[in-house]
Design a protein around this ligand. Structure first.
Ligand code: SIN
Length: 495
């Protein structure tokens, strides 16, 4: 029996393990017939195989999406909501199988994968409702008898290029909003995690999404797919989550047809602990933010800034909490930290730790590849870290807590803002005046105040500076897929 058949048998719903792409409502191989394998980061074993699509497959997806748009946009939002709600319900019903598939291809602990499936379904539920409220506006006219009306209309065919760290939620956060507004979406999932995307497409098909409203084009090399999407004048909006470098390129490509872009890019989140903080709460928040998805989220803490007076106490409490983290295969009971996605990820973490040590930082815990080998890295705590170090300047994307000391509030804000990125920031303080002062001065799109987990479908997720453009989730998330049209209705004639 092939490895893929074994996995299919392990999933209660083997139907969710797909080996075809989903284009224009059809499950089919790539036009070239090429495939690529998907491996489990925890073991290196093959989990599945999917089509390696090219620009010709994208072209077909765009054509069908263009036709689908004409019908889907005309459906009442309440009808679209009905289909979306069914899609979300199916995700909840298949939560266990989807989570298992996600852990197999992405590595994250099963409990976290279960949480992500629920998070992903919540985006669909949220936008099913929010799509009904894509209200326009009536503006008092400056001329007697005139009427000014603003409509919010679906933008057209849309595309999404999504990352491996959240194989389900980063798709539904985009597709939920687009589809609720009346826009078809073509999704290119990350090459490391296409299986979850295809499983979601299967559930979307079962929920009744019409042909071409959702396509999933899998490919090993993202560049030609991105190029084909941005070369087409039919694709009117592109949403990307991933690195700043790729985001810049896609934005430049979108300039050709002036397609709208929304970019959720790298972060470098500071986590500031002021001397008036509740230290227990700060450590709880730090653990939740830093070690979610083994440190592989754009909003994970990247640098800890701790005020001198509480530095040693905070470090000791954090060390104790980190020392008991269970590292292992994400499928095993009780595992909290899993394998990193691939060898490049591991090498980056190693390089950041080596650079910090060479610059005089101290290892309080960990610091090495985990004894399990592969791409496992020990939960690592570094102190004496300096602003010039790689682990402070760049996103480490791994289980490393890098701690710096500061003296004054002004210094903490200066260090926190000394980054080209501006996605999330966190701080802990019990002083109300300080809370407002600091929250207003941090140059990020998201601020966690005495809170380490800020992700929710109801709030606008997104960054400033090199962390991106646009917002996802919340009522603002619809704006990426809507155009404003202003009607100027002339003054009364006759009557
Ligand atoms: C991300 O890492 O890109 C998203 C994380 C989240 O939604 O919390």
């Amino acid at each position: 029996m092939s490895a893929t058949n074994v996995i299919a048998q392990q999933l209660g719903n083997g139907d969710l393990l797909r080996d075809k792409c989903f284009i224009g409502g059809k499950w089919r191989p790539s036009r070239s017939g090429k495939m690529f394998r998907v491996d489990n980061p925890a073991t290196g074993d093959q989990v599945g195989e999917v089509p390696d699509c090219g620009p010709e497959d994208v072209q077909e997806a765009i054509e069908v999406a263009g036709r689908a748009f004409r019908e889907w946009r005309e459906r009442p939002a309440t009808d679209r909501a009905e289909v979306l709600r069914t899609w979300a319900r199916l995700m909840h019903e298949c939560q266990g199988d989807l989570a298992r598939l996600m852990t197999l291809e992405q590595g994250k602990p099963l409990q976290e994968a279960m949480g992500e499936v629920s998070y992903a379904a919540q985006f669909i539920e949220w936008f099913a409702e929010e799509g009904k409220r894509a209200y326009g506006d009536v503006i008092p006219a400056p001329v007697r008898g005139q009427h000014i009306v603003v409509l919010r209309q679906p933008i057209g065919v849309t595309a999404a290029i999504t990352p491996w760290n959240f194989p389900a939620a980063m798709i539904t956060r985009k597709a939920g909003a687009a589809i609720a507004c009346g826009c078809p979406m073509i999704v290119k999932p990350a090459e490391a995690t296409p299986l979850t995307a295809l499983a979601l497409a299967r559930l979307g098909e079962l929920a009744g999404l019409p042909e071409g409203v959702l396509s999933v084009v899998t490919a090993l090399k993202p560049e030609p797919i991105g190029r084909a999407l941005t070369d087409s004048p039919v694709v009117r909006a592109l949403s990307f989550t991933g690195s700043t470098e790729v985001g810049r390129k896609l934005m430049a490509q979108c300039a050709t047809h002036l397609a709208k872009v929304s970019l959720e890019l790298g972060g470098n989140a500071p986590f500031i602990v002021f001397e008036d903080a509740d230290l227990d709460a700060a450590v709880t928040g730090a653990m939740a933010s830093k070690f979610r998805n083994t440190g592989q989220t754009c909003v994970c803490v990247n640098r800890f800034l701790v005020q001198e007076k509480v530095h040693d106490a905070f470090v000791e409490q954090l060390r104790e909490a980190m020392a008991v983290l269970t590292v292992g295969n994400g499928l095993d009971e009780g595992v909290q930290q899993a394998a990193l996605i691939d060898r490049n990820a591991l090498m980056k973490v190693q390089a950041h730790v080596s650079d910090a040590l060479a610059g005089g930082a101290t290892v309080e815990l960990g610091g090495k590849v985990h004894e399990l080998g592969g791409t496992y890295f020990q939960p690592t705590l570094l102190t004496g870290v300096k602003p010039s170090m790689q682990c402070v300047r760049e996103e480490t994307f791994g289980p490393v807590s890098a701690v710096m000391k500061f003296a004054t509030e002004a210094e903490a804000i200066r260090i926190a803002n000394d980054s080209e990125y501006g996605l999330a920031a966190y701080f802990y303080s019990r002083d109300l005046h300080r809370v407002w002062r600091v929250a207003e001065q941090l140059e990020t799109g998201i601020v966690g105040v005495n809170e380490g987990i800020i992700s929710t479908p109801v709030a606008p997720f997104g960054g400033v500076k090199a962390s991106g453009i646009g917002r996802e989730g919340s009522r603002y998330g619809l704006d990426e897929y809507l155009e404003l049209k202003y009607l100027c209705m002339g003054g009364a004639q006759g009557g």
